[in-house]
Design a protein around this ligand. Structure first.
Ligand SMILES: [Zn+2]
Ligand SMILES: [Zn+2]
Length: 178
């Protein structure tokens, strides 16, 4: 046993240690090259940049690894794509919102069931909510969805519409039960 250990120690020369570290370094190096090749293909579509990053690792390991971590794009292509879609949806939502709020004449909606109605309708053909009524103060015809009469600044009560919409909702629920 003692002899065996001594023999083993004799084989562990500086040359052996050196060879061991060369092989170890080579394996780690190859693994890094493979990892970077895979990682950069997820983060960039540019062939030139992909090749550049892989070359950086091949030529400059271990320093190249830190350089790569500094240089690589923050997000993967998929994440970037997702963020772009989210941004576009927000813009689209803003446009729809603006159209609904700023141009009621172009596209008027029933304030109860939100179907498209015409400017001169006095009642929603879908849910039978009254769309217009006379201001209690100046008696001018105004839209029921307005909070204030634009002719005399009188605040409008919304109770009647709410009641109607509640009734309508109850009706809808009843219908969906059947
Ligand atoms: Zn309606
Ligand atoms: Zn009024």
């Amino acid at each position: 046993m003692q002899e065996y250990i001594e023999q083993l120690w004799e084989t562990v020369t500086i040359e052996f240690m050196f060879k061991f570290f060369v092989v170890y370094f080579f394996v780690v190096w190859m693994a890094l090259v493979l990892w970077v090749a895979k990682d950069i293909s997820n983060r960039s579509n540019s062939r030139i940049f992909q090749t550049f990053c892989v070359l950086l690792i091949i030529l400059l390991t271990p320093l190249g690894v830190f350089l790569y971590l500094l240089l690589r794009p923050r997000m993967s292509v998929y994440e970037k794509y997702q963020e772009e879609i989210e941004g576009n949806l927000l813009i689209l939502w803003d446009i729809v919102h603006e159209r609904l709020e700023k141009a009621p004449g172009e596209m008027l909606l029933c304030h109860n069931c939100h179907i498209k109605v015409e400017d001169d309708y006095i009642m929603c053909p879908e849910c039978k909510t009254s769309l217009k009524h006379n201001c209690k103060s100046c008696r001018k015809e105004i839209r029921s969805s307005w909070a204030v009469c634009p002719y005399c600044k009188t605040k409008q009560e919304k109770k009647t519409h709410q009641k109607k919409s509640q009734k309508h909702k109850a009706k809808k629920q009843k219908n969906s039960n059947y």
